[in-house]
Design a binder for this molecule. Sequence first.
Ligand SMILES: [Zn+2]
Length: 77
Amino acid sequence: MERFADELDLAQYQTDLLTTQAIAAIRQQMTTNAGRDDCIDCGEPIPLARLRQVPGATRCTGCQHHHEGQLNRRHGH
Ligand SMILES: [Zn+2]
């Protein structure tokens, strides 16, 4: 009877461990995706079409235009 309980505990322990690892993996994936695919200015996801056009883009199209407009204005002075 005691042996059965030990095995049950072990199974429970392994399940907990797997769940914890799975959650950690999913969290890491979400964090990585958020850092890569979201606009750094407005936080909206950058459209896939734009990422294909500009690999490693950190801003969505609108924010990039806004950003470049500010740069150009500062440059003009
Ligand atoms: Zn944006």
